[in-house]
Design a protein around this ligand. Structure first.
Ligand code: FES
Ligand code: FES
Length: 181
């Protein structure tokens, strides 16, 4: 069958099998930003936006999104022109292996469009379905708060190269762990 998507602002048609999930079709066609982690809707690595809402593409039957608008990390900035959220992640050293980051950024973008000035608690709640196997949660939250400042004009937009040291943090916020200080 064929699936029509508005993908990152462009009208596209893709071949798909009935059994395909959206993540299959995206990755098969070169959109490898969304990552395959658990494949069960439990980790958030595959998060994309469907009609504006953050969704786990590994458990989204592609037939159900025929005609939808889909946004992936590829629709944001690139290395030479980072989106402010991407720049904030770089500058706050909010990525270690990077595997969770596309999903984190797509979820963060949805949050900041809905709530441009979130509290730390609101950021943690919004990202609670997105896991980071490197457990760098504190810096990820700081990056989202920094991105909000940038997008609100309260901080410079551009990345400065992310000079900060990479570190490891304690347990996920979803468990109320010790990375909140
Ligand atoms: S790969 Fe989709 S939620 Fe884990
Ligand atoms: S940075 Fe490695 S999984 Fe999050």
């Amino acid at each position: 069958m064929q699936i029509e998507l508005e993908l990152n602002g462009r009208q596209r048609t893709f071949d798909a099998a009935k059994s395909d999930v959206l993540l299959d079709v995206l990755r098969r066609n070169g959109y490898t930003g969304p990552k395959r982690g658990c494949d069960t809707g439990a980790c958030g690595f595959c998060t994309v936006r469907i009609d504006g809402d953050p969704r786990m593409s590994c458990v989204t039957p592609v037939a159900k999104v025929d005609g939808a608008s889909v946004e992936t990390i590829e629709g944001l900035g690139d290395q030479n022109d980072l989106h402010p959220i991407q720049a904030a992640f770089v500058d706050n050293s909010a990525l270690q292996c990077g595997f969770c980051i596309p999903g984190m950024i797509m979820r963060s973008k949805a949050l900041l469009e809905e709530n441009p000035d979130p509290t730390e608690t609101e950021v943690r709640e919004a990202l609670s379905d997105n896991l980071c196997r490197c457990t760098g949660y504190k810096k990820i939250v700081e990056a989202v708060l920094d991105a909000a400042d940038r997008m609100n004009g309260d901080a410079p937009m551009a990345a400065d190269g992310g000079a900060g040291a990479v570190d490891c943090e304690a347990p996920p916020w979803s468990q109320g762990g010790g990375d909140t200080e």
